[in-house]
Ligand binder design. Structure first.
Ligand code: C2O
Ligand code: CU
Length: 691
């Protein structure tokens, strides 16, 4: 929250700088006209005051940069490389070149000293500072930059210098004219015409530039995820096909010929869904229900899921969130398969290895389809059950339903959009499998009993200890398994929401008691549970001291810019939105370190398909608890996470924010294995809508 204020100050400082230096640049470029000494002196004083204020702005931006930088250098690396030098250097030139002339004019307000302030070396530094300040503002909120990269930086500097040369020549011309005897006396109509022409030119340039920029973001009608010509910058540098061998995604299937141990059928259809409160929503359901049927299997079993699509006019697919399936079973429309058309069928087969609480959901236009209900729980049990005998095993998936695009409050547990009361005999072991099927982060408080966190994203925690007085914070797509023994008094799971500094209890939630009645007043723990220091360590195949083949740093921003041709809030990684957001090319066997820095105003639950990442550090502090293997890393505002993964599952894998609205507005990219190709395409002109 502190970070967010600093970020806001930084943007305000950038705006303030632009306005101040913009004003002085306009004033200083006014044709000199000597009226009286008094006015000359006043003007000089005014300009000097403006310079002082401008420098105050510069100092403010330096301070906001330092404040943001105290959260991690990654947050300000681009500021240090571009925004600050572009304003500090020209502002110094103002001090050295222009200020002495204005002081001279103040001492002796003659026509000559005034003319001296009109020389290019006195005027252009002001214009340069204004331009630099503007660049600093634009790169803070419109076209953001990630960790400094040569080409974008060079582009900024070269354009900056080119404009300066133009300004210099123009000012030189104006200066010579002024020197030769002041402004040419133009008649009124000519002056008016000139003004109109200049204004029209300016507007045309602006409109033209913006529509070019808008056009440039229009998504292609069809694109292939391995086609780098359509964007997808390779972070690995050269994208070599040196191996020569290529394999198609379509061939990276699960076991196709063996007999499955378990068979399931999922039928997607459009139906009205009645919530516990009586409200009805237009939903898309699996087998007539949402959450869809619970798929519960044992690790290592061969699973076959046949999906039929009966949703009219809508294609669907199914992705197994949390299971590192073979690529062709991953369910990503346009990348690993063609979406299932109405009346169509698709069969998925895989042998899950990842025990725990997972979920499945549509991965065709998921920002719409998951919201509408195409998801369900997927529980993978170890060979020997990890539940104490008699455990009450509850799947608690939090979901926000929508009516006419508007979210219904409170978020529901399944379809229960009010307090969900259940009976639990005191003394019973309880497992709560919390699944966040929304995009936004949910913070929970569990009142009435201490508990342990036994698994995160399905992964068992080694030696969990008792937790009390902590919020459980789950990012979009994430899962937490909590355990406790039912006490005599009721237990309540509640969502908390932050309003500024205040925590408020959200209606709804879950109440367990012996007879299903009663209530407890929800606790409001101020501090959040920290998964990186919980439980005890175990050996891991790699860690912070490993040698990594690649390091991939991503800075997340929200921009006010164009996406798919429309002006909107864009969610950018290193200043780029899909399909230009930086993809990562890997080779099988690579050990990759990924750094996420969240400089935006919203949490980003980053989900890499096909792999689990091991958390190395959070906000510079090494992870010291039980090894934390995640499929969804919730990077909160102002946070920096370092994670690592082993490239051991060849394919084309999505890597995106699981706030699916963010993904749909740019926040998705891919991990691409060298030599893997896909026959599928995405885009408006294909059956596949990635988002
Ligand atoms: Cu749970 Cu790419 O998604
Ligand atoms: Cu996001």
């Amino acid at each position: 929250m502190l970070f967010e204020s600093y970020l806001n100050y930084d943007i305000e400082a950038a705006l303030f700088l632009t306005l101040l230096w913009g004003t002085s640049a306009v004033l200083v470029a006014r044709r000199p006209r000597h009226r009286s000494d008094r006015r000359g002196r006043r003007r000089a004083t005014f300009m000097l005051v403006l310079v002082a204020l401008g420098w105050l702005g510069v100092a403010a931006r330096v301070v906001t940069t330092l404040l943001m930088g105290s959260f991690g250098y990654l947050f300000v690396a681009d500021r240090v490389a571009v925004a600050l030098p572009l304003v500090i250097l020209p502002a110094l030139a103002v001090l050295v070149l222009a200020v002495p002339r204005w002081r001279a004019h103040r001492r002796n307000p003659s026509a000559e000293t005034r003319l001296a302030t009109f020389a290019p070396q006195a005027v252009v530094p002001f214009q340069a500072t204004a331009l630099g300040a503007l660049a600093g503002f634009v790169t803070a909120i419109m076209v953001t930059m990630g960790p400094p990269q040569l080409i974008p930086i060079l582009t900024v500097y070269v354009s900056f210098l080119t404009i300066l040369v133009g300004l210099w020549l123009w000012q030189q011309h104006r200066y010579l004219v002024a020197e030769r005897g002041g402004p040419v006396q133009r008649t009124r109509p000519v002056r008016a015409l000139r003004a109109v022409a200049v204004a029209t030119g300016f507007v045309l340039l602006l409109v033209g530039g913006l529509s070019l920029a808008a056009n440039e973001t229009v998504l292609p009608g069809r694109m292939n995820m391995t086609d780098h010509a359509h964007g997808g910058v390779s972070a690995a540098g050269a994208h070599g096909h040196s191996a020569g061998r290529t394999v198609s995604v379509a061939d990276l299937t699960g076991p196709r010929s063996e007999t499955p141990d378990r068979r399931f059928t999922l039928v997607a259809e459009a139906k009205k869904l009645r919530l516990a409160s009586g409200r009805e929503v237009d939903a898309w359901l699996f087998n007539g229900q949402s959450p869809g049927p619970e798929l519960r299997v044992k690790r290592g079993e061969l699973i076959e899921v046949t999906v039929h699509n009966k949703v009219p006019d809508t294609n669907v697919s199914v992705h197994w969130h949390g299971v590192d399936v073979p690529n062709a079973e991953d369910g990503v429309a346009g990348v690993t398969q063609n979406a299932i058309q109405p009346g169509g069928t698709h069969v998925y087969r895989f042998r899950p290895d990842e025990v725990g609480t997972h979920w499945y959901h549509s991965h065709q236009q998921s920002s719409v389809q998951v919201k509408k209900g195409l998801f369900g729980p997927l529980i993978i049990e170890p060979e020997q059950s990890d539940l104490a005998p008699g455990t009450q095993d509850l799947i608690i998936s939090t979901h926000t339903w929508y009516e006419d695009e508007l979210p219904l409050e409170p978020p529901a547990i399944g379809t229960v959009d009010q307090l969900d009361r259940r009976r639990t005999t005191p003394g019973t072991p309880v497992r709560l499998r919390l699944i966040n099927t929304d995009g936004a982060t949910h913070r929970y408080s569990l009142t009435g009993t201490p508990f342990t966190v036994v698994a995160i994203d399905g992964n068992p925690i080694n030696e969990p200890t008792e937790v009390a007085d902590r919020q459980i914070v789950i990012g979009g797509g994430g899962r937490y398994d909590l355990e406790f023994t039912m006490p005599a008094q009721p237990v309540r799971l509640t969502e908390l929401r932050r309003f500024g500094k205040e925590l408020r209890v959200v209606d709804g939630g879950l109440l367990l008691s012996a007879d299903g009645t009663g209530d407890v007043r929800p606790d409001k723990p101020q501090e959040a549970f920290d998964p990186t220091t919980y439980g005890s360590p175990l050996p891991t195949p790699f860690g912070r001291d490993s040698k990594f083949t690649k390091t991939h740093s991503l800075v997340f921003d929200n921009e006010l810019w164009f996406y798919d041709g429309k002006f909107t809030v864009v969610w950018a990684s290193n200043g780029m939105a899909f399909p230009k957001a930086p993809s990562l090319t890997v080779r099988e066997g690579d050990l990759v370190k990924v750094r996420f820095a969240n400089r935006s105003h919203f949490d980003h639950p980053m989900h890499l398909h096909g792999h689990h990442v091991l958390v190395l550090s959070r906000n510079g502090k090494p992870a010291t608890g039980s090894p934390l293997w995640l499929d969804t890393v919730n990077v909160e505002v102002g946070e920096i996470w370092e994670v690592a993964f082993k490239a051991d599952n060849p394919g084309l894998w999505m890597d995106h924010c699981h706030n699916l609205d963010h993904a749909a507005a740019g926040m998705m990219s891919h991990v691409i294995y060298e030599g893997v190709t896909t026959p599928y395409e995405v885009g408006h002109d294909t059956p596949n809508k990635l988002e």
